[in-house]
Each structure stands twice: as C-alpha cells, then as structure tokens.
Design a protein. Structure first.
Length: 172
C-alpha cells in the first residue's frame, strides 16, 4: 500500500497515524505543563497564605505574652513594694536595737526593756512583710496562655506543612 494513497476501508496511512499520534502527544504534554503550572501557582498561593497566617498567629501570641507579662510585672511591683516596706521596718528595728543598747548602758532596765519590746515588734512586722513579699514573688507565674498558644500554633504549622508537602509530592 502506498502511504500517499487514499484510505481504503477506513485505513489511515502510516504517515497520518504518526502525525496524529505526535499531535496528540504534543497536546497531552501542553496540558500536563498547564496543569503543573497551575499546581505550582496553587502551591505558591498556599505557601504565601500559610506564611501570612503564621505571621498573624505569632503577632497575636506576642500580644498575649505582652499582656501576661504586664499583669505579672504589676503583681511583681506590688510584691516588691511589700518586700521594700518589710526591709524598711527591719532596718528601723536595727536602729531601735542600737537605741535600746545605748539606753541599756546609760540607764536602768525599764527604759531598755521598753526599747527592746518596740524593736521586737518592729522586727516581727518587718520580717512578716518581707516574708510575704518574697512568697508572692515566688508565686509569679509564666505567661501560660502565650506558651499554650505557641504550642498549638506549632502543631498547626506542622500539619499545614505536611499537607502542603503531600500535595506537592502528589502533583509531581
């Protein structure tokens, strides 16, 4: 059969079969390229969206941490004030002790006893306030909500990245 002759009984010449197959292969390759480009665009869009969501979550987590730290700083300042007042009273007790010793050397027992009693009360109050302030300082907490948010965000990011990876691997 001559390749340039007309088809007989539905036969297609060999050259036409090769050209048709080649054209079909070109169309399939072009479609595959379009599909791959679309998948890459989709992957880039998802990646940029993921990046924006990560930035927003981190911004919110930092804001929560700032608020928690501010609250804890206020509590710390109050505890520090109590500790300072306690220290001041202990300091006053030291002066009263010295004052009592001076009177004890210069006078007889009753004045000394009175000064010692005043010193004992001031020292007890100072120690009590200082101990309470130190106890409050030890009770200050970490920014729990921010830490929990960061843990949750970390898990969320891992899941999103795994999903994005699996979609990219499937499209390849």
């Amino acid at each position: 059969m001559n390749p340039d002759s007309d088809p007989i009984d539905g036969e297609i010449p060999a050259r036409d079969e090769d050209e048709t197959t080649t054209d079909l292969a070109r169309e399939l390759m072009a479609e595959a390229r379009r599909y791959a480009r679309a998948e890459l665009r989709l992957g880039r869009d998802e990646l940029s969206q993921l990046s924006a969501e990560i930035r927003e979550r981190l911004r919110l987590d930092v804001a929560v941490a700032r608020r928690e730290i501010l609250v804890e700083a206020r509590r710390a300042s109050r505890a520090g004030a109590l500790t300072g007042v306690g220290g001041l009273l202990v300091h006053a007790a030291l002066y009263l002790l010295l004052f009592a010793l001076v009177f004890a050397l210069g006078r007889v027992l009753p004045l000394w006893a009175a000064a010692l009693i005043v010193m004992g009360v001031a020292a007890a109050a100072g120690v009590g306030l200082a101990w309470g302030g130190v106890k409050r300082l030890r009770g200050l907490s970490k920014p729990r909500a921010a830490l929990e948010n960061l843990k949750g965000d970390s898990q969320w990011m891992r899941q999103r990245i795994r999903g994005l990876r699996s979609r990219i691997l499937v499209s390849e």
